[in-house]
Design a protein around this ligand. Sequence first.
Ligand code: FA5
Length: 343
Amino acid sequence: MEKRIRKILNEAAKEFESAGDESEIDQLYVKYFGKKSPLNKLTKKISTLDPALKPKAGQNINKAKSTLEKLFDRAKRNVKTKKASATKYIDVTAPGKKITIGHLHLVSQAIEEIVTIFSKLGYSLQSYPEIDWDWYAFESLNMPKDHPARDDWETFFVKAPPNPKLGNQVLTPHTSNGQVREMENVKKPPIRMINIARCYRRQIDISHTPMFHQFEGLLIDKNISIPNLKGTFDYFTTNFFGKNRVTRLRPHHFRFTEPSFEVDVTCDVCGGKSCRICKSGWLELGGAGMVHPKVLEAGKIDPKKYSGFAFGWGIERTISMKTKIPDIRLLYQNDIRFLEQFS
Ligand code: FA5
């Protein structure tokens, strides 16, 4: 029996030593301490032995059991230390992991840049409602009800009871709704406002999205004339697009400015020579003009004392003119491969 016990212990020692993890050790525990374990089988045989040999056999089996318990404890400890030491060391020669840092969306980056440029000229950023009354979006801007010019804006109307004085509510199709609101707020010029907001129109193609951003500038003071307007646009253009870009004013018609202009900037691709993208050497930045006397009156400002200019430009278009994005809808597709290029 002693020989058999020694064999069992030798085998167990080898197996516990080579166990790789805790689950293997647990399996060995069942093998050596369970009901069908080799030592249990030997214990059952004691009753068949000569009575004189029984006590010694019992002692040997008990000793073997405590040896097995020690083997089991040591194996458990070894596995735990191996696991701990595996996490303790850092390979300082291993290549570092690249940390991904997010960045502002292209539209937010442009807004920050535009605000910085205009704040240097003394303009302060204001914010006016994106759902506004007909009065502020159209009527106070010299665009009476049923005037055909209102069709140009392809407006979304809100289904809600109209206000008897201010009319229906609309999703603002342009930031010009901030003009009379600003005059009401400031009351007495000078006014130097920049109003940046989301605008909504029923349009979608490579240069139109149903939701887009405009930035509206409004300057009202004594003796303001077209050279002030042109100088401001030149300052913005060289600061935003670069020193090589030039602006021009093209006659246009808006109900709320007189005279009115479209403002163009030289194309960056051909440098103003004309190419496939611009077709004329120029790209349209947005609308502008001298504030119409009727709009000043709607804002309770005396047009005989004060004059001013206003402009409203699309932020997405401005970005596409700077970065040569071929389709402004890309800005709103949330494709990380596209957005990542503009950190
Ligand atoms: C206006 O919205 C006038 N309120 C601008 C203005 C303000 C004129 C103050 C005079 C004085 P217009 O509809 O042309 O004008 O739009 C101005 C600019 O907004 C466009 O040149 C374009 O850059 C941008 N824009 C207009 N519609 C969209 C659209 N659906 N998607 C993206 N950008 C647009």
